[in-house]
Design a protein around this ligand. Structure first.
Ligand code: PLP
Length: 397
């Protein structure tokens, strides 16, 4: 109780109604309160904890790197093994042209870098994003929040970036707004905070073609979809479309704060001259975070975790879809929205979830569906157990 009171008094708050669950420890698909109450983690820190909580290989990598060295110098000056090895592995996994990673500290910073890069590389100013998009909370990222849905959050901070425009996700017609004036088009491959909206693969290809036609950079925000979440290491590979720039964060750091912007080195080189220091970041690519991210990536690969994602997603769907209160399930791998069709029902579910030891939430632009995006390491038995609890809550609606 005392800690909760001090949290409310001394820790900056994001809303008048935080979840207020005190965490004592976390392991695998669960976290626990000091009283020993167990929560099934169906959020994974919003697609962060892909390798499960307390992953022993990530912990060992963090401990080793922290003992070897932590911060030495601002990003970009020193040769640090965890950074180099992680960048090389990511370049190997992404399509060939994306051979270089610029490390930062968060998702929003990765988006800032990508936007600046598009302007710098093309010499143009217009930036295009999608309606109902979420890319982060800094001024630049917020400028790309989908209009008009993002207006509630944006209004108090205007003026934001000039020369931005939001087009409709999956609209072939709206591709005409991408022109020779456009520096970059920023797009989540699967829209997360819109409530898990899947791309029409043909539209993604048409988007790629349109950007190439007019010389605009296509920037994929894979901050939620990256590192295996959709059943492939990157959603761009799943849908077979190669962008010019990929933004990574969340699970990219294996549970530590890390972001990255992957692109061809010719594009990233535009930060280094006339003038140099096009983006500066003290903590970008922190060696402990890179060591954690690399260990998490190796864990995913060595244990064939990503290959199991689709079957686990299907199991969730099979166990929940036939409930009369479930209107629809929108899903890509283990990134899932369970649509209830009403915010009253959703809020009632959240109360029951809290009581029953299920951690879920809703989406920034969709409060009629709840989120299922657990650690990718969740077992079949755990999926069955938590779906039984979810169905029991749905029965009580
Ligand atoms: N992009 C997407 C798709 C996100 O979901 C988020 C965060 O939820 C961000 C960017 C921003 O990342 P961060 O909170 O690390 O700044």
């Amino acid at each position: 109780m005392i800690l909760r009171k001090q949290f409310l008094q001394h820790v900056g708050q994001t809303s008048p109604s935080p979840m207020l669950i005190e965490v004592a420890r976390a392991e695998g698909s669960f976290f626990y309160t000091p009283e020993g109450k167990r929560y099934f983690d169906l959020v994974a820190g919003v697609s962060v904890s892909n390798v499960g909580h307390g992953n022993s290989e990530v912990i060992a990598a963090v401990q080793k790197q922290a003992a070897d060295y932590m911060h030495i110098m601002v990003y970009g000056e020193m040769v640090e093994r965890p950074q180099v090895e992680y960048a090389r592995r990511i370049a190997e996994l992404l399509p060939g042209a994306l051979d270089c990673v610029y490390f930062v500290s968060s998702g929003a910073e990765a988006v800032e870098v990508a936007l600046k890069l598009a302007k710098r590389y093309t010499g143009r100013t217009e930036l295009i994003s999608m309606r109902r998009a979420y890319h982060g909370s800094t001024h630049g990222a917020m400028s790309m929040m989908g209009a008009p849905e993002g207006e509630e959050w944006k209004a108090a901070f205007r003026p934001l970036l000039p020369d931005t425009r939001a087009i409709e996700f999956n609209s072939f017609d709206d591709l005409r707004y991408i022109t020779e004036r456009t520096a970059g088009v920023l797009c989540e491959v699967v829209q997360g905070e819109a409530g898990i909206r899947l791309p029409n693969p043909e539209w993604l290809h048409a988007l790629r073609e349109r950007c190439s036609e007019v010389g605009a950079l296509l920037i994929f925000d894979e901050i939620q979809t990256g590192m295996g979440r959709t059943g492939e290491m990157f959603a761009s590979t799943k849908y077979g479309v190669t962008p010019d720039v990929v933004c990574l964060a969340k699970a990219f750091g294996g549970g530590m704060p890390l972001g990255g912007v992957a692109a061809n080195s010719k594009i990233l080189d535009s930060f280094t001259n006339n003038p140099c220091l096009g983006h500066i970041t003290t903590f970008g690519g922190h060696p402990v975070c890179c060591a954690a991210g690399l260990a998490a990536l190796n864990y995913l690969i060595n244990n064939n975790i990503v290959e199991q994602v689709e079957a686990k997603g299907e199991l969730f769907e099979r166990l929940l879809a036939d409930h009369p209160h479930v209107k629809e399930i929108r899903r890509s791998g283990l990134l899932m929205a369970v649509e209830l069709g009403s915010s009253e029902r959703l809020y009632a579910m959240m109360d029951m979830f809290k009581e029953a030891g299920i951690m879920s939430d809703w989406f920034l632009y969709c409060d009629t569906a709840f989120r299922i995006s657990p650690p990718l390491t969740i077992s079949e038995g755990e999926i069955e157990e938590c779906c039984t609890i979810i169905r029991r809550a749905l029965d009580r609606l």
